[in-house]
Design a protein around this ligand. Structure first.
Ligand SMILES: *Cc1c(COP(=O)(O)O)cnc(C)c1O
Length: 377
């Protein structure tokens, strides 16, 4: 006997409630960059990944009026349009790799690219704190998955040495970890993967656009060339979508084999054109990047002075409160002080490390950070 669906759902939501994991969607109105409108009040927004405040930066909108809103079909059918190809050239050039392929989101990229690259009989070595989209992509690939402790080169080396020599080997990491705010040792990872005949895939969701000179990301900054580089466009670029960059053969394999490209309508050509224009703005934003970095340092230092456990020094800073209830209480208190920041709880972060994730953007001022620190104190 099947229970009515709503009853079953209610039971599951109550279970989330009991564990302090029930969430709500904030009904936000539009506001100035760096702020968010909620229930008729304007809040300082430290919860968005709008690092360079480009999500609401001016564009020449009149000149976009003739660009189609829809791709009309998969890129492989009739949906491969000039704005897509122009954006891909601009993005490849930004990260200093030969080629790039657009996807509709970072999530769609990782669940599409990983199974296109590896399969049963292959070995994926994945940092334990990798983003859910990378985890899901690994699972979908049906390759053998070796999770290694966060940023632990020794453990990774042991796992690579212990894995059977058959099949391909792929090491997967983020450049800046999205919920931890720390960075992967990219140069050492490159050396290690070369020693062990493994490919390297780096997800630069929180570094392309926001870190490195001209926003070219951490791989470029470190002189590291991964076989596969992921960048997302919903964060520093203030747009939406994502891309894989690498060799032109990689691009070709992906449009044949990444199911989130093959069986999905191409990203809106209008969005692709916006991405091209945002890319030009990203290249010119060294000043905004320096300002964002200075605010992140001010925030991390201030939180440490308050005696809080701080993870991440920029562009993301997190204050760890432990229990979901602790992090939610911090979120509530900040809300009362006119500040928006979201508690991050399991399953997004491991049990016992619930935290408030704080992202200063180029639209904030040093006085805004002082206000945030005052409210936390
Ligand atoms: C945000 C994020 C993604 C997903 O990108 P979307 O474009 O938001 O789907 C993928 N990987 C990492 C590391 C991220 O932080």
């Amino acid at each position: 006997m099947q229970r009515p669906l709503d009853e079953a759902i209610t039971a599951r939501l109550q279970e989330l409630d009991a564990r302090g994991l029930r969430r709500t969607l904030l009904p936000l109105g539009l506001d100035e960059p760096g702020r968010a409108a909620l229930d008729g009040r304007s809040y300082l927004d430290f919860g968005s990944n709008d690092y360079l405040a480009l999500a609401s930066a001016p564009l020449e909108w009149e000149s976009l009026a003739t660009i189609p809103t829809g791709a009309r079909a998969s890129r492989l059918v009739t949906g491969n349009l000039s704005p897509h190809m122009a954006a891909e050239r601009a993005l490849a050039e930004l990260v200093g790799l030969p080629s790039a392929l657009l996807f509709t989101s970072g999530y769609a990229t990782n669940v599409g690219a990983l199974p296109a690259l590896v399969g049963p009989g292959d070995h994926v070595f994945s940092d334990e704190l990798n983003h859910a989209s990378l985890i899901d992509g690994c699972r979908l690939s049906r390759a053998h998955i070796h999770r290694f402790p966060h940023n632990d080169l020794q453990a990774l080396e042991l796992a690579l040495a212990a894995a059977p020599p058959s099949g391909h080997r792929l090491v997967v990491t983020e450049a800046v970890f999205s919920m931890e705010g720390d960075r992967a040792p990219l140069e050492q990872l490159r050396a290690l993967t070369e020693r062990h005949g493994a490919w390297l895939m780096v997800d630069e969701a929180h570094s392309v656009g926001v870190l490195g000179r001209r926003g070219r990301g951490l791989c470029h900054e470190a002189g590291v060339t991964p076989e596969v580089l992921i960048g997302t466009l919903g964060k520093a670029f203030g747009a939406m979508g994502a891309f894989v960059a690498g060799s032109s053969r990689l691009r070709e394999l992906l449009f044949h084999r990444a199911r989130s490209v093959v069986f999905s309508t191409g990203i809106s050509p209008l969005m692709a054109e916006i991405v091209s224009r945002r890319t030009l703005q990203v290249l010119e934003a060294d000043e905004a990047r320096a300002h964002q970095a200075a605010l992140a340092t001010q925030l991390a230092t201030g939180l440490q002075r308050l005696g809080l456990e701080v993870r991440g020094t920029g562009p993301i800073v997190t204050a760890v409160f432990g229990t979901p209830q602790g992090a939610v209480e911090a979120e509530t208190r900040l809300r009362e002080a006119g500040i928006l920041a979201r508690a991050i709880r399991p399953p997004t972060v491991p049990e016992g490390t619930s935290r408030v994730r704080l992202v200063p953007t180029a639209a904030h001022s040093s006085a805004d950070i002082d206000r945030l620190l005052g409210a936390i104190a």
